[in-house]
Design a protein around this ligand. Sequence first.
Ligand code: GAP
Length: 460
Amino acid sequence: MERTEKDPALMEKIVSLAKRRGFIYPGSEIYGGFGGVYDYGPYGVELAQNIRAAWWKAMVQDEDNIVGLDSGIVTHPKVWEASGHVSGFSDPLVECKECHTRYRADHLLEAVDAFADEKMSDEEINAIFDGKRGEIACAQCGKKNFTEVKRFNLLAQTNLGNFASDWTKEPTYLRGETCQGIYLNFKNVVDSSRVKVPFGIAQVGKAFRNEIAPRQFIFRLRELTQMEMQMFVAPADEMKVYEEWRERRWQYYLDLGFKPENLNWHEHENLVFYAKAAWDIEYKFPFGFKELEGVHARGNYDLTQHQTFSGQDLSYFDQETKERFIPHVVETSVGLDRTFLAVLTEFYDEDDLGGETRAVLRLPKKLAPIKAAVSPLLRNKPELVLKAREVYAMLKKEMMCEWDDNGNIGKRYRRQDEIGTPACVTIDFETLENDTVTVRDRDTGEQKRVAVSELMAVLR
Ligand code: GAP
């Protein structure tokens, strides 16, 4: 399917398929929804798990020097002071004075071809915004009457564990990024496992951000899942390792089956003061090229800050060089939800099959939520149903399968195509004679007969 740079119709089709086929539902939908939170349905949770497993395999299982971690979502409040999030994790906010709708100033500016980002000072952003006020109208009421740009902190507060005091004065926070848990456990991992610098710690988990304007479906969420890896290296090696990881993360998306023309490198214009380099891998979403993953050289800022705030020694002694240093960090960070949206976009297709237009998710087998659907040709023939159940039970032991005897066979195929099921297995009258089944290929629609004894190997 041909794709233009911006394709709102494609976005609509993906959102509609995701809901209709049980991939993604709006959060708290029966209560009118809850902005920036989505729920993953029966197929969504399978696809998300497969994305997570593919990432984990590439980042932990296939590597010799990266280990996993699962740290708490809630931490000591000092963590977020040390990391700089309490004072600096904010987005520029403007409010329409007429209808009180709130916007991210940089997003409004982007729409009129002006650039600003969260790393600029308040004065800088206000100057740019003032220069464009005349061109920016509120999307709700159409007026051009905005407040000045203010900072809005993105950390979400919680009272978990705080029973004694007024928690709003002494809050702790739901983590704003998963990597802070990695820094907190750097010393624990060094002391309790056999890792030696250079080594990495990988983690997948929830993060929370009070986004001013969650939007574009699951692209910008308030509750999100991040897949992050922090590589701890000797100071002199930071940029060499950084370049290696830039290449490897690009290759990861190609290995996943993404077309190179749908990926793009974007260098950050404004670096935070401690960072040495920051590049994003952008993906061509239906609303244009946007950040999918960040690859960052973070220096030794985070460990140094946690050492200062905690009073604990977080330095590392290199037995070979006899040097003591605070390791520098190369980070790769990607949202699972954003990957999910990129995967739906990349593999959604429409074609003509047997004179009919169909929608199909051409998911790689390892990502497909269901690997095979098993059906009796007719659901009212007990001998076919019995045999089909037998085949289904055999396959189910090894792969995610679905029993599908709804509607006629054509309807079943359409449904499985939209879910992305690579193979549909049908048990018919010939099966009862020679123990073969038909296997229909999702991508070509072709069918071939396969002996039941060979079926598992064929599907694998
Ligand atoms: N530890 C570095 C860090 O968190 P980031 O650029 O803020 O860096 C990393 O986030 C990745 O997390 C992004 O590239 C994106 O994939 C994902 N992400 C960030 N904010 C998100 C949001 N509000 N909704 C969904 N995904 C988000």
